[in-house]
Every structure is written in structure tokens, then in C-alpha cells.
Design a protein around this ligand. Structure first.
Ligand SMILES: [Cu+2]
Length: 118
């Protein structure tokens, strides 16, 4: 009886320890996020590529809700694409996950595209 109780108590102590560490780490994480937001406001979304315009460096996407500091309702729209994004890897009908930001003119720009694995 005593041994079993000791084991349960040890487990509880470990759980509390992990919980405590997570709470301690949280404020630091929040500060890091705020700093990132100040640099660039971004949002995360998923969608389907409707058209790729390599000459204009733009893509048309039907996207679901975009979440994050930069939010948007679901819709079909054109985005400008950042210079670092490889447009040749994208094609019509492809399911993607992407990150958007807003440039100095207030236009939405795709910063990062990851094809969604089936
Ligand atoms: Cu949109």
C-alpha cells in the first residue's frame, strides 16, 4: 500500500513539474511573438491554386479562413508573391498551405507556400 501510494505521489510531482515549466516558459514565448509581429504581421491559410501568373508574380487562390494577426474570411482572390517563392513549383488545382503578409502599400503578399501532402 505504502509503495503504491509513493509511486502515485511521484507521478503527481512530475506532472506538476512539467506544468510549472510550461507556465514559466509562456511569458517568454509571448514576448517573442509580439516582437515578431512588430516586424511583420502575418497570417496562415490553406487553399487551392486557381491560376499562376509567372510574369506578374501572382497567384489566384480559393482560400479558407486565414488566421493569425492578419485575418481574412474565405474567398477567391489574387495575391502577389514574394521574390523568394518558387512559382514553378505551383500549378492549378494544387492544395497549398501559405503564409501572407502585407507590404508597405497595404497589399497582401504570399511569403511562403507549402504544397499540402495528400
Ligand atoms: Cu482573401
Amino acid at each position: 500500500m505504502n509503495t503504491r501510494f509513493a509511486r502515485v505521489a511521484a507521478c503527481a510531482a512530475i506532472s506538476i513539474g512539467i506544468g510549472g515549466a510550461a507556465v514559466q516558459g509562456a511569458p517568454r514565448y509571448t514576448v517573442a511573438q509580439v516582437t515578431e509581429q512588430a516586424e511583420k504581421t502575418t497570417g496562415q491559410g490553406e487553399g487551392v491554386v486557381r491560376a499562376v501568373d509567372a510574369d506578374e508574380r501572382g497567384i489566384m487562390i480559393t482560400h479558407g479562413p486565414i488566421t493569425g494577426p492578419l485575418e481574412m474570411s474565405p474567398m477567391t482572390m489574387a495575391f502577389r508573391v514574394a521574390p523568394n517563392v518558387d512559382l514553378s513549383s505551383l500549378s492549378k488545382g494544387m492544395k497549398i498551405k501559405f503564409t501572407i503578409s502585407r507590404d508597405a502599400k497595404g497589399l497582401y503578399v504570399i511569403e511562403d507556400v507549402r504544397p499540402e501532402k495528400p
